[in-house]
Design a protein around this ligand. Structure first.
Ligand code: NAP
Length: 283
């Protein structure tokens, strides 16, 4: 059996068309959705991420408020900018690109963003609401994963889901989302991490395996159940180019559906950021 490859680019395009229609609806009501992007420093990967997010915004009718700041920007200056953006009625969403330089307290910055303008859904209040099953917006990557599963016709309700990785931006929120008593959820979720005694013991039970680890090819074929759906969140820059957390070539002979890297979760993340911004603008 060779797995069907889930085309993240095509699914993201569907979402983007829908977001464009929602933005057009807002425009007819005199509202131009606005996203402020704040990038501190010139990290090459972060610069690419921010510019692709900005380009995607422009394509669906979201106005970008661009704030590229020098790496030396003091924390209080960044906090003052966020306070200004919180007060700016034209800005409906604020995105602070992570990671921030070491001299800036990331948590302090995430908390400073108005929870009702928190396009990434990283504010502790929004993470709490997500856990309670009443999110303002969900973090873009987990939201993109859930959307991909739904649009790919994967049965989530009752499924054994194993998430490898417990970060605040991927592992924990996707686990919280898929365990909810809600449509597109109702899964039985297990989370693995570096202290898990035997990761494979869990992953081989997974109907849906989500790898958010940050280690190229950490998930090998024997760790995957036959017929499973595999979502590879990893983006690892190696000498051989960008690699996922899953050994894709071997895994696709075992699972039923799998996301590629690149072209899987990445495009969906951007699409969901656009969706979040339009939602925060009221659309
Ligand atoms: P992170 O904050 O570094 O978290 C990695 C998690 O994986 C941690 O919980 C860690 O466990 C766990 N882990 C690491 N090595 C492990 C191992 N050998 N066995 C089991 N668990 C292990 O990373 P992240 O921000 O969640 O990102 C994960 C990956 O997804 C990265 O490659 C990142 O680039 C990618 N990513 C992609 C997108 C996208 O849009 N496609 C978005 C976000 C992230 P401990 O907690 O025990 O340390």
């Amino acid at each position: 059996m060779t797995a069907a490859v889930i085309d993240g680019k095509a699914l993201a395009q569907q979402v983007r068309s829908e977001v464009k229609e929602r933005a057009a609806g807002l425009a007819r009501a005199g509202i131009t959705p606005g996203l402020a992007t704040v990038l501190v420093g010139e990290d090459p990967a972060s610069t690419i991420y921010v510019s692709s997010k900005q380009k995607a915004c422009a394509e669906v009718g979201i106005k970008v408020w661009d704030y590229p700041l020098p790496a030396s920007t003091p924390e209080d200056e960044l906090l003052a900018l966020i306070a200004d953006l919180n007060a700016n009625d034209g800005v409906h969403g604020i995105l602070v690109q992570l990671p921030l330089p070491e001299h800036i307290d990331e948590q302090k910055v995430l908390v400073a963003v108005d929870p009702l303008k928190d396009a990434d859904g990283f504010h502790p209040m929004n993470l709490g609401r997500l856990l309670a099953g009443d999110p303002v917006v969900a973090p873009a990557t987990p939201a993109g994963i859930q959307e991909m599963l739904i649009r790919s016709g994967v049965e989530i309700s009752g499924a054994e889901v194993v998430v490898v990785g417990r970060s605040n931006i991927v592992g924990k929120p996707i686990a919280a989302m898929l365990m909810q008593k809600a449509p597109g959820a109702n899964a039985t979720v297990t989370i693995c991490h570096t202290r898990t005694r035997d990761i494979a013991e869990h992953t081989v039970r997974a109907d849906i395996l989500i790898a958010a680890i940050g280690r190229a090819h950490a998930i090998t074929a024997p760790m995957i159940k036959k017929g499973a759906v595999v979502i590879d969140v990893g983006m690892n820059r190696t000498e051989d180019g960008l690699k996922g957390d899953v050994d894709f070539e071997a895994a696709k002979e075992i699972c039923s559906q799998i996301t590629p890297v690149p072209g899987g979760v990445g495009p969906m993340t951007i699409a969901m950021l656009l969706s979040n911004t339009v939602k925060l603008a009221g659309g």
